[in-house]
Design a protein around this ligand. Structure first.
Ligand code: ATP
Ligand code: MG
Length: 362
């Protein structure tokens, strides 16, 4: 099973510029999480910090009992082997063909024979739809193909933690749908802990178990998908609906006067160029392709989420309860010591809404 990644009070600056501060969240083992956030909010910096390529000034990143922020180079090297990372730019070696790029981690970190290397590389290249492109150089292929080659390379060492920085950027909608399915299928097959950074709303709505968002140098929220998908926090709503109206502006932040003027303009019946219908709410999550094993994360997440159910906002509780079968409802009610009655589990209306900023931490 994938490993848990615990982030506590993490702060990262470059010189005087604070990128984000006091970020606290836990990536539950084997679950899929998505991190959202407007351009420039430090999502890539966050992923690079998680693999130890950048050093935060404060806080901890704990994996298998090791704090990556403070451990020795040797320990860091060991922990890094658990990771498969797809960087935002693909980070391929320009002078190597795709085969050699994808084979690189295997040749560097294992003693596998060339025949084994070949088998693994071709398997991963097939997985991402790059069969026949082995001899091409990164400069000769499209951006989307480079992304997929980077993903194949991130997978060759059977990682326990997979980080993907905008795996869908540069892909057409059909390929993005395939990629979403690929990530879910991967999770069902190897049960790795996965963190995806994306701007794609459909991916954010349908792929992850957990969702988080960075904005204004802070983690706005991180928690079970139902929490963000039902949230009425303005920045979360604006982002998940791709609306122009809201706290997020072209240069990340807007002032109050601009926001008020925009709202008045729209309320007077003018279009703001955003989709007409808001798509708030929880949509079904992608399931593994028929024939693959069920995702272990689903069961574990249900148990986990049910133990924190009454700390979640009422809308999220409602949605989680509605997703349970009658048998599951009975099971969890008995577990909570609420007796073996029939009927749905009750929503606790008194829980804080909006969901506290660091509510994902348990
Ligand atoms: N090595 C570095 N040195 C100095 N500043 C950096 C460095 N890397 C990133 N930054 C700054 O950190 C901020 C966050 O950058 P980052 O690339 O993490 O944003 P992002 O959320 O990934 O944006 P996008 O969605 O456009 O990819 C930016 O202001 C960037 O200029
Ligand atoms: Mg980025």
């Amino acid at each position: 099973m994938g490993v848990e990644v615990v982030v506590e009070g993490l702060t990262k600056s470059f010189g005087k510029q604070t990128i984000w501060r006091d970020v606290t969240l836990t990536l539950p083992p084997g679950e899929v999480s998505v991190m959202l956030g407007p351009s420039g909010t430090g999502k890539s910096v966050f992923l690079k910090s998680l693999v130890g390529l950048l050093k935060p000034e404060q806080g901890k990143i704990v994996i298998n009992g090791v704090d990556l922020v403070r451990c020795s180079e040797h320990k860091l090297y060991e922990i890094r082997k658990l990771f498969g990372v797809l960087f935002q730019d693909g980070a391929l070696f320009g002078s190597m063909n795709l085969f050699d790029n994808v084979a690189f981690p295997l040749r560097e970190h294992t003693r596998k024979t060339e025949a084994e290397v070949r088998r693994i590389v071709l398997e991963k290249m097939e997985m991402v739809g790059l069969v026949g492109a082995e001899k091409k150089l990164p400069g000769e292929i499209s951006g989307g193909m480079r992304k997929r080659a980077g993903l194949a390379r991130a997978l060759v060492l059977d990682p326990e933690i997979i980080l993907c920085d905008e795996p869908d950027s540069g892909l057409d909608p059909v390929r993005t749908a395939y990629l979403s399915q690929l990530l879910i299928d991967l999770n069902s097959q190897i049960d790795a802990t996965i963190l995806i950074v994306t701007h794609n709303i459909t991916v954010a709505r349908t792929v992850p178990d957990n969702l988080g968002m960075l904005f204004r140098r802070e983690l706005v929220m991180f928690g079970p998908r139902e929490v963000l998908l039902t949230s009425d926090e303005p920045v979360v709503e604006q982002f998940l609906n791709g609306r122009r109206i809201g706290p997020i502006g072209m240069s990340e932040e807007k002032d109050q006067a601009t926001m008020a003027a925009e709202l008045a303009h729209r309320e007077a019946g003018h279009s703001d160029g955003s989709p007409d219908e808001d798509v708030r709410g929880v949509v079904p999550q992608l399931e593994p392709t028929p024939g693959l094993p069920p995702r272990g994360a689903v069961r574990r997440r249900k148990d986990r989420v049910m133990t924190i159910l009454h700390t979640l906002p009422p809308e999220a509780q409602q949605s989680i309860i509605a997703s349970l079968t009658p048998e599951e409802q009975r099971h969890y009610r008995v577990m909570a010591g609420a007796g073996d009655r029939t009927g749905p589990i009750a929503v606790d209306p008194t829980t804080p809404s909006p969901w506290p900023r660091q509510g994902g931490v348990l």
